[in-house]
Ligand binder design. Structure first.
Ligand SMILES: [Zn+2]
Length: 657
């Protein structure tokens, strides 16, 4: 997942050329109290208003785009560090203060996108090259989506809706973050679950173990608990994490989005939202999702049947009448992988100690893309967060900064994501800064967790290796249905023996993953793929339907759509309530982006052929894709890198494998 604010969410290093001055990024600001956040928030917004007045007064001359970019970058500096704290600050008071500040910035930004003076100036400004033309095209589109060209009454309503949607998205996330759901188990009920997962967890007076529903605990219980009853309780608690409150929010969000699309003359929100993305409209995405369904439906059913048979065998029941439930899926998928392929996710932990796993991922990028990572002594938002300097291997210059927040902590964002805190700019001498937030098991990583780490790292690299002139076009500012591709491309690297050998370069005491274990993991990876992709497809189709021509009841729609899958819908459960992509501005009506950009990721992988560490291809990729950000449309970057038009052959071939 990639989290990035758009336009006005920035720094002011002046003048000198990149070759002359070393880039620097300021240290992470320390906020000791909510009041300190409030004061910084006031100061930032006041400064932004003053900058806005100066920009409005400026003539739309050749330097105007640079002035706009300086403005956006300065806003980013004032807004992003605080905004980010709502997800990672160590106390609820700090998180709440950050959240309140973030809403004030949302309001500033939504007003900004209706600023007719800026819109006119951007329209009139001469573009000196292709990058400028693209900046104009995408940012004019952002202004238009913000309602700048609407009649006054509609414009006011659009702003109200946009602000309200941001507030509802925050509330949706907060309901999950602060839910603090706990599930209690006896030791006997946790039979099969590795002791690391629960030994140090708090206990009730009666000795029952109290577990939260965040990862890595949730996945461990679902995968390893022998007791179906224990798995069911865990699964139900997680599935309903956001509760009815979030289902109600989804309905409210759906209505507001529909109205917003209507203000722009669209009869559905999807077509409005996608009009400037690669996929362009709902029809194209629906057709794509249907193709995916056709490709995986049979294997989804076949996989499910294999799992049902495995359950019957394990329990000694009649296969014809054995019911297979959602909370059985992960457990028996693991069981089948163990039995058929003799591979066990847990078996990888000793080979991937957590800290060394991070060093390994960095080594992969160092080898392939010509950079170096060096740990800095610097504090950040929480104890244990590490800070890295990224430098260019050839020139030795510092080029970026990366924060890494590896382990779970109470109240911390529970998934895996990267925040682009600062977009780089060569003209502003502005160093890109990213924050990678994951929740790893400190006892080492499973292979699946290594995939997640590489995925997220892909986003941080996209931010860090950006080399665009303007920060508005930096790294991950690409269209949403491409932004996942660089991350998804790297996921596959984990399954490559040559790549994994790099582990020994960063960890002298680590034994290399035996070739045999890896070969089994590769064989096992394809098992369950039908189920996995069909689930992705279902979630994407649901997200589209939720934002379609009619505004549905979110729960009824989900029950119907999930009900059409081999495992059906479990009454009383509401998965959408914990599905944060649905409420997000970036991913809402855009969850298909994961499958769509996987097509591009798989196509880009073909350029590496059998040598995933090939530094020549890696540098070409760094220069022609990552460094370019959104200076050119994503399609053009991919086509140029591949030396041919992109296609979906690799993706559909993989689905059928
Ligand atoms: Zn991602």
């Amino acid at each position: 997942m990639m989290i990035k604010k758009t336009l006005a969410a920035a720094l002011l290093l002046g003048g000198a050329s990149l070759a002359q001055a070393g880039l620097k990024a300021p240290p992470y600001p320390v906020f000791k109290s909510p009041e300190a956040i409030n004061i910084a928030c006031d100061e930032g917004l006041n400064a932004a208003k003053a900058r806005l007045r100066a920009l409005e007064a400026r003539k739309s001359d050749a330097g105007w785009i640079s002035a706009l970019d300086r403005f956006a970058a300065a806003n980013e500096d004032d807004a992003n560090d605080i905004d980010f704290l709502q997800y990672v600050a160590v106390t609820k008071e700090l998180r709440d203060a950050a959240q309140a500040c973030s809403l004030r910035w949302t309001e500033f930004n939504s007003a900004l996108l209706q600023n007719a003076k800026l819109y006119k100036a951007l329209k009139a400004v001469p573009a000196k090259d292709g990058a400028d033309r693209e900046l104009k095209r995408t940012n004019l589109a952002d202004f238009e989506a913000g309602g700048v060209t609407l009649a006054p009454a509609k414009q006011r309503r659009a702003k109200e809706i946009i602000d309200k949607l941001a507030e509802l998205d925050q509330a949706f996330n907060k309901n999950i973050r602060d839910a603090g759901i706990q599930v209690r188990f006896t030791e006997a009920e946790l039979a099969g679950v590795p002791q690391d997962v629960w030994r140090e967890a708090p206990r009730e007076a009666d000795g029952r173990i109290v577990l939260g529903v965040s990862n890595p605990v949730y996945t461990s219980v679902l995968r390893t608990a022998e007791s179906a009853e224990a798995r069911e309780r865990m699964w139900r608690a997680k599935t309903n994490e956001g509760g009815q409150a979030n289902m109600d929010l989804l309905e409210q969000i759906g209505k507001l989005r529909h109205e917003l699309g209507g203000l722009f003359g669209y009869d559905n929100y999807v077509d409005f939202k996608l009009r400037n993305r690669m996929a362009h409209d709902a029809k194209t995405v629906s057709k794509f999702l249907d193709d995916v369904k056709n490709a995986v439906d049979a294997s989804d059913r076949a996989d499910t049947e294999v799992l049902r048979q495995a359950k019957a065998k394990a329990l000694g029941t009649d296969p014809a009448t054995t019911e297979f439930r959602r909370w059985d899926a992960e457990y028996y998928a693991e069981a089948v992988r163990r039995e058929r392929f003799q591979v066990d996710q847990e078996a990888f932990r000793p080979y991937f100690p957590s800290e060394q796993a991070l060093a390994f991922v960095m080594r992969v990028i160092e080898k392939t893309m010509g950079v170096r990572y060096a740990k800095q002594e610097e504090s950040a938002w929480a104890p244990g967060v590490s800070v890295y300097k990224v430098s260019d291997a050839a020139s030795g210059q510092d080029i970026a900064k990366l924060y890494v927040d590896l382990y779970p902590r109470e109240g911390k964002y529970g998934h895996a994501a990267v925040w682009g805190l600062r977009g780089g700019s060569t003209e502003l001498q502005r160093m890109p800064v990213a924050a990678l937030v994951v929740n790893l098991n400190d006892k080492g990583l499973s292979l699946d967790e290594m995939v997640v780490l590489l995925h997220e790292f892909g986003h941080s690299v996209h931010n860090n290796l950006s080399l665009t002139r303007h920060s508005l076009q930096a790294g991950t500012s690409v269209v949403r249905d491409f932004v996942e591709a660089p991350s998804q491309m790297l996921e596959e690297w984990v399954y490559d023996a040559k790549v994994l050998k790099l582990m020994t370069e960063v960890c002298a005491s680590c034994k290399p993953v035996p070739d045999e274990l890896l070969a089994k993991a590769v064989a096992a990876r394809d098992f369950g793929k039908g189920m996995f992709y069909n689930r992705q497809r279902l979630q994407a189709a649901y997200d589209l339907a939720l934002n379609g021509r009619d505004v549905p009841n979110p729960q009824q729609l989900w029950a119907r759509m999930e009900g059409e899958t081999p495992l059906g819908h479990v009454p009383g459960t509401m998965f959408p309530s914990r599905f944060t992509h649905l409420s997000s501005d970036g991913y809402g009506a855009g969850y298909y982006s994961y499958l769509w950009s996987l097509v591009l990721a798989m196509d880009m992988r073909t350029a590496f052929g059998a040598d995933k560490l090939n530094p020549v291809v890696g540098m070409k990729y760094r220069n022609e894709v990552l460094a370019q950000g959104s200076q050119q449309p994503a399609i053009e970057l991919v086509n140029k890198f591949l030396g041919r038009p992109w296609n979906s052959q690799a993706f559909f071939a993989d689905l059928k494998r």
